[in-house]
Design a protein around this ligand. Structure first.
Ligand code: 4NP
Length: 152
């Protein structure tokens, strides 16, 4: 199983989602993240995201931002988007129904949060990052349960 987390800049939400998800799935799973813009390409995650993850004993400090590529649609089985703008952008890059089927909104995994978005903490403070962490943790649990059920 190969899972890709996608947000706008790949420095706040999706690096956290990648780090959290890696703690929940078996080692042979591949979990990665990417952004829809290349503005922060090559950068480590936002310091506040690194600090928030560290406070939950998760190290995301070695990740590097990268933009999503065409190849991602071939490699990954599941592509989770952090908000509706990102989802629409990612869907617009798909070339066929098979690729389209791989893409979903991250929080759709929480049944009662249909269409809910993971808020962008970039312009916020540490409290916003912690709130995002909690939301991502819930979402990752739900996704993990869905995938394990699907695979069994
Ligand atoms: P992310 O947050 O999409 O969760 O990584 C953002 C990072 C950078 C920008 C916006 C959101 N930016 O405008 O540079």
């Amino acid at each position: 199983m190969k899972i890709l987390m996608v947000c706008l800049g790949n420095i706040c939400r999706s690096p956290l989602a990648e780090g959290i998800m890696k703690t929940k799935v078996p080692d042979h799973y591949r979990v990665d993240s990417a952004g829809t813009i290349s503005m922060h390409e090559g950068e480590h995650p936002d310091k506040r995201a690194i600090k928030t993850a560290a406070s939950h004993h998760i190290d995301i400090s070695q990740q590097r931002s990268r933009p999503i590529t065409r190849r991602d649609f071939e490699i990954f089985d599941k592509i989770y988007c952090m908000d509706i703008d990102v989802f629409e952008d990612v869907v617009s890059r798909t070339k066929n129904e098979g690729e389209r089927q791989k893409v979903s909104l991250f929080l759709e995994a929480l049944g009662d949060h249909q269409n809910a978005e993971v808020p962008d903490p970039y312009w916020g403070d540490m409290k916003d990052f912690e709130n995002v962490f909690q939301l991502l943790d819930k979402g990752c649990n739900a996704i993990k349960n869905q995938i394990l059920k699907y695979e069994s």
